[in-house]
Design a binder for this molecule. Structure first.
Ligand code: PLP
Length: 513
C-alpha cells in the first residue's frame, strides 16, 4: 500500500525512477524546454504503468540530480502538471499523481422543467445528520467541517490565552452591536484588497454565517416571499427559509459553474422572486464555482430587475483554482448585493464568528442584529483579530487549501475503488465535500441508519432540496484528518450502496409482469 493506504503500489519498474543511478533521458540539445521534457517523462512513466494514480513523484532534488538539471526546472514541470490537474502537492510531503479513475459527475445536458416555489417542509433527516456529528465512535462524513483536515486549534488557544490575560473584566461584558472595530477593520482591508470599496462601519459581525444569512433575508423579504436558491442547496439555508416562513424556488445549478443564467432569467420571468440566495464562489454540496465574469453577469442581471443577491461565501477562501474568486459585491452598482461569510470553514466553527456586508441595507441589518442577538461574543473576535494581524491566518489558509485539495483527490480515488462503477462523483473547485450520484432507483436515506450502526455518517441527498429531489444522491466530506478509519468508513458506505443497488434492482425486476 502507498502513503494513503488506498491505492495500489507502483510496480517495481518505478524503482528505477527513484534510484540514484543517473538517467540520461533528457535531450539537452533539443529545442524543447527542459521542464517540458520532464513533463513528457512523467507522462511516459504513467503510460507504461511505472507511475500510478496516488504514487508519490520523486522529490525535486532527486529528479534534478538524476537528470542533471536545476531544481527550479523540475519544480516548473511539477507546477505545470499541478495546474493541469495531473498532480497534487501535499504540504510537507511532496507531489502525488492524481487519481484518474473516479467517474466525474458531469453537468446534466438537458435543462430542467421549471420548478414551483415551495413552502419548505421540516425535515427530520436534517436533525439526524446534525445529531450524528456528536455520536461517539462514528466517522462523521456527513457534516462539512474543513478545518478538521488541518486544525488551527493550538495557535488559536495560545492567542486566546494571551488576549484573556490582557482584557480582564471586559471579557465578560457586552460587546458593540456590530462587533469589534479592529476585527471589522481587518475584514475591510481584506475586501479592499479584492477591490471592494468598503470600510469597517459597513460590516456587521454576526454569530456565524447562519445569522448573517438570517439578517440578510429579513432585510429584504417577509413571510410568504419567494427566495430563489441553488439546487442542490446547503440544508441549513433550506431550514432557515422554512423558519422565516418564506418560499424556496430551486434554480438548476450546474456541477461546474453554478446557477445557469438562462434558467435564472426564465425563473425571473415566471415568478415574483423577492431575493436570490446563492453561493457563486463554491456551492455546498456541488463545489461549483462561477468565473468572475459569470458572477459579474449574474449581478448585472439581478440588479437590472432590482432583485437583491444574498451571496453566501463561506467557502470562498477554500478554492482549488489559481486565484481567489472575486466577491459578488465588487460588481454591484445599486448596492443590492449582501455578502455573508464566517470563519467557520477556515478557522473555528465553534467560535461562531461571521459577518455581513449589507450593501444598501445597512440600517435595517444593524437594527435586526440588535433586536435578534444584541452582540457577538468578544473573546473570540479579539482572538481572531490577533490571528489575522499576525499573518498566521493566511499561512494557515495556504496549508488548509493544499491539504483539502489533496484529500479531495484521495477521497475520489477511494470512492471509485469501493463504490459501484455507475456512481458518479463531483470534481469540486473548492470546499470540503463530494456530491455523489447513485443509480436512480437507490434511495440513500434508506441506509443512513445502517451506516450509523456501522459507525459512519453521511448526508443523504434528499436534505439538499426543499422539494425532495436528490433521493439517489449523497454528500461525503473530505474535510477530515486522514487515517485508516476513513478507508474503513468508505468501505462500509460502498458496501451499503452496492447492497441497495442490487436489492432494489432485484425488487424492480420481481415487480415486472
Ligand atoms: C454553504 C453554507 N453556508 C452557511 C453555513 C453556516 O456557516 P456558520 O457555521 O458560519 O454559521 C454553512 C455551514 O455548513 C454552509 O455550508
Amino acid at each position: 500500500m502507498n502513503h494513503s493506504g488506498v491505492l495500489k503500489r507502483a510496480p517495481s519498474s518505478v524503482m528505477g525512477l527513484y534510484g540514484e543511478k543517473k538517467m540520461k533521458l533528457l535531450d539537452k540539445s533539443s529545442s524543447a524546454y527542459l521542464y517540458q521534457q520532464v513533463i513528457d517523462f512523467i507522462e511516459h512513466q504513467q503510460k507504461i504503468g511505472a507511475l500510478q494514480p496516488g504514487d508519490k513523484l520523486p522529490s525535486l532534488r532527486k529528479l534534478s540530480r538524476q537528470f542533471e538539471i536545476s531544481v527550479p526546472t523540475v519544480k516548473q514541470a511539477y507546477i505545470e502538471l499541478e495546474r493541469q490537474g495531473q498532480v497534487a502537492a501535499k504540504p510537507q510531503s511532496g507531489y502525488f499523481l492524481q487519481a484518474a479513475q473516479a467517474r466525474t459527475l458531469k453537468p446534466r445536458p438537458a435543462k430542467w422543467a421549471q420548478c414551483a416555489p415551495v413552502e419548505v417542509q421540516g425535515r427530520s433527516m436534517i436533525e439526524q445528520v446534525h445529531a450524528a456529528v456528536h455520536l461517539p465512535d462514528t466517522v462523521a462524513l456527513g457534516i462539512s467541517n474543513p478545518i478538521q483536515a488541518h486544525p488551527p486549534d493550538k495557535a488559536l488557544a495560545r492567542l486566546m490565552r494571551s488576549v484573556l490575560s490582557k482584557v480582564s473584566e471586559k471579557a465578560v461584558s457586552y460587546g458593540p452591536v456590530t462587533g469589534d472595530a479592529k476585527l471589522r477593520m481587518q475584514l475591510a482591508f481584506r475586501y479592499q484588497d479584492q477591490g471592494v470599496e468598503t470600510n469597517p462601519d459597513d460590516i456587521v459581525i454576526t454569530n456565524g454565517a447562519q445569522e448573517a444569512l438570517s439578517i440578510a433575508l429579513q432585510c429584504v423579504a417577509k413571510r410568504g416571499d419567494i427566495i430563489a436558491i441553488e439546487s442542490p442547496c446547503f440544508f441549513g439555508i433550506i431550514e432557515l427559509i422554512e423558519t422565516l416562513g418564506m418560499k424556496a424556488l430551486e434554480v438548476y445549478t450546474c456541477t461546474e459553474d453554478g446557477v445557469c443564467l438562462e434558467d435564472l432569467a426564465e425563473a425571473i420571468n415566471q415568478h415574483d422572486i423577492t431575493a436570490c440566495l446563492f453561493s457563486t464562489a463554491i456551492n455546498n454540496p456541488l463545489g461549483s464555482m462561477k468565473t468572475d465574469e459569470q458572477r459579474q453577469e449574474m449581478v448585472s442581471l439581478l440588479e437590472l430587475h432590482d432583485i437583491p443577491l444574498i451571496e453566501d461565501e463561506v467557502y470562498s477562501e477554500i478554492y482549488f483554482t489559481d486565484t481567489k474568486p472575486k466577491p459578488a459585491q465588487l460588481y454591484s452598482e445599486k448596492g443590492l448585493v449582501m455578502t455573508c461569510s464566517s470563519f467557520s470553514k477556515t478557522a473555528a466553527p465553534g467560535y461562531r464568528i461571521g459577518w455581513l456586508l449589507p450593501g444598501k441595507f445597512e440600517e435595517q441589518a444593524k437594527r435586526i442584529k440588535r433586536a435578534q442577538s444584541s452582540s457577538t461574543p468578544m473573546l473570540q473576535q479579539w482572538t481572531l483579530n490577533e490571528y489575522l494581524l499576525s499573518g498566521d491566518y493566511d499561512r494557515h489558509l495556504c496549508v488548509l487549501r493544499k491539504t483539502l485539495a489533496y484529500n479531495c483527490e484521495r477521497m475520489r480515488a477511494l470512492l471509485a475503488d469501493h463504490f459501484p462503477p455507475e456512481v458518479c462523483i463531483s470534481k469540486p473547485q473548492g470546499g470540503s465535500v463530494l456530491w455523489l450520484r447513485c443509480q436512480s432507483h437507490v434511495n440513500t436515506s434508506e441506509f443512513f441508519q445502517e451506516g450509523l450502526a456501522q459507525g459512519v455518517s453521511f448526508a443523504p441527498g434528499v436534505i439538499f432540496s426543499p422539494s425532495g429531489r436528490y433521493k439517489n444522491y449523497m454528500r461525503v466530506s473530505f474535510g477530515v484528518l486522514w487515517g485508516d478509519d476513513i478507508e474503513m468508513a468508505i468501505k462500509v458506505l460502498g458496501k451499503l450502496v452496492f447492497e441497495h443497488t442490487s436489492k432494489q434492482k432485484t425488487a424492480q425486476l420481481m415487480e415486472k409482469p
